[in-house]
Design a protein around this ligand. Sequence first.
Ligand code: HEM
Length: 209
Amino acid sequence: MDTITLGLIRLLGALPLAAISATTVNPFMWYVTRAAASSSYITLTLLVILGLARSMTRLNGGRVAWWLDETHQFLALLTAGLIGLHLISLLLDALIPFSVTNLLIPVAEPYRPFAVGVGVVTMYGMAAVLVSSWLRRRLGHAKWRLIHYLSFAVFAGVTLHGVLAGSDSSQPWMIFVYVASAISVGLLTFIRIFSAPDSPPTRAGYSRR
Ligand code: HEM
């Protein structure tokens, strides 16, 4: 058999294979996972920044503006929704076989086990912060605040998870997002820690409620 015929046979044999991989290994869900993840990281950063701003306003005896409260709550819901999308798209992604168990238990992860394990743990921390905020009136201020302190560990954990697991970690725009977020949250936390101790909220501390 001459080389041209051999080449043609190889090409024809390869065509269906290429067509199959093009249809089964569609990267669409992977793009959704990454887009949802990076957006949720940005909304999480804004959420923590507004939370710190809210806390510092009260600390200085000021009234918390209604829009600050509303935006803080809206960002919490948006972040939860984007994380939901991040996880659903992982389940639907044919490239990496994630199961519901992989999303709930941080062992035997099919991809970057340590980094993804950190993501699973932070998801529980975030759920605790969100649920305790909805149950705030029932829990009381002291218990709510104790649980709310978890937000700092969650932010640090998510940053570690994103840097170690993310495909975009080496992209200049994502490096900028991580560095800018870490610096702003770190700086505001530093200022908040070295400000006067917090006092229990009074009705007068809120501009609307
Ligand atoms: C069950 C919990 C979680 C699992 C299994 C998980 C899984 C993953 C995986 C597999 C990646 C790599 C995707 C890629 O190729 O870029 C990733 C990236 C990422 N995840 Fe998660 N994750 C979880 C929770 C979270 C949470 C709670 C957040 C909070 C914001 C988050 C934020 C991110 C970020 C920022 C990236 C980097 C995205 C990028 O580089 O484009 N993840 N996660």
